[in-house]
Design a binder for this molecule. Sequence first.
Ligand code: SF4
Ligand code: SF4
Length: 246
Amino acid sequence: MTKAKEKPRLGLYSLTSCSGDILEITNLEEDLLKLLDLVEVVDLNVAMPATGMSPDIALVEGAVTQAGEAGFLRGLRKKVKYLVAIGTCACTGGVVARGPKKRKGWLRDVYPETGEGFISGFPRPVSDVVPVDFSIPGCPIEKGYLMHCLGYLLRGVVPEVPNYPLCMECKMKGNECLLRYRGLPCLGPVTRAGCGARQPSVGRPCDGCFGAYEDANREALTEIFRQIGLGEDEIKKRFDLFWERG
Ligand code: SF4
Ligand code: SF4
């Protein structure tokens, strides 16, 4: 009798986060069964005890805010073939990495009595600590894009990153442009495609969670935002939600 071929081993890890990306994976529905047919899940640190086996592919969500998380990542990096950052917090620090200079004031406002003792470090992307083979942004990740990327990684190929704006996907869906026809401050023209135009497809302007593609022309979009009547503060806020680091 021929021995069954071993499946690639997959580990799913949650750092400081809302666990929204792992939740998206558990919500894959029929695709989850297909995925479980192709891989063996050896770690899912939010939902099952570790098996002790090392994964071939590690999907890591969340920002790094604790020394223990950084140490964990360094150990993980040594064991895996592919380390993939999933979700915008893991890719860039996410919304929690906003306003480094205002952080102390925010901590005092939100935790007036205990803020001083707050030991969490400023949120950092996974790539600040260890080399990352691939990043799958999104807040949360888009299931279709995740499956597309995993399909490549399971064949031993790192997928290409879409280097064109979200507007392309939006047009392909036949959406009416919210920026042009409704004067809404959509960040699609400077945001990397990949989510399938999730928000514009339901009438909401894109907030830019996939980050900028190469050569995105922020200045040109800033000028368009002025033309549709946004003030300088509003424009800054639009860009700052996912992009502010200074
Ligand atoms: S709605 Fe937004 S994403 Fe869609 S085409 Fe217009 S600017 Fe681009
Ligand atoms: S529409 Fe924009 S904010 Fe919404 S998921 Fe896509 S990239 Fe992120």
